[in-house]
Design a protein around this ligand. Structure first.
Ligand code: SF4
Ligand code: SF4
Length: 90
C-alpha cells in the first residue's frame, strides 16, 4: 500500500494554535542542513527564505521532531484533546 493511500485513512481537526513551537528562530537560521525539513514524514517543516514554516495542521504526531532536531529547538506536545489526528476507519 502506498503512503498516499495510508494517509487517506486519516483525518485532522485543526486547532487555532500550533502544538509545535520553535523555541528560537535564530537557532534555525544557523542550523546546517535543517534536518527537520527531511525527517518529518508529513513534511510539516519547510524553510522559506529566512524562516521556518510549520504546517502543524498535517502533523502525524509521530514525535520524531522531539528528538530529531539536533538543537532540541522544537517544543513538542500532543494537540489539545479533540484536535489533531483521527482515524477514519475504526
Ligand atoms: S532541525 Fe531544529 S534547529 Fe534546525 S531548522 Fe529544524 S527546528 Fe530549526
Ligand atoms: S511529530 Fe512527526 S509528523 Fe509531526 S511534525 Fe514532528 S516529525 Fe512531523
Amino acid at each position: 500500500m502506498k503512503i498516499e493511500d495510508r494517509l487517506y485513512t486519516l483525518r485532522w481537526k485543526k486547532d487555532e494554535a500550533s502544538h509545535l513551537v520553535i523555541v528560537d528562530e535564530e537557532v534555525c537560521r544557523r542550523c546546517e542542513g535543517k534536518p527537520c525539513t527531511s525527517f518529518c514524514p508529513a513534511q510539516v517543516y519547510d524553510w522559506e527564505g529566512d524562516h521556518l514554516n510549520v504546517a502543524y495542521e498535517g502533523c502525524l504526531e509521530c514525535g520524531t521532531c522531539r528528538i530529531g532536531c539536533p538543537y532540541r529547538n522544537i517544543a513538542w506536545r500532543y494537540p489539545r484533546g479533540g484536535y489533531g489526528l483521527a482515524y477514519r476507519f475504526g
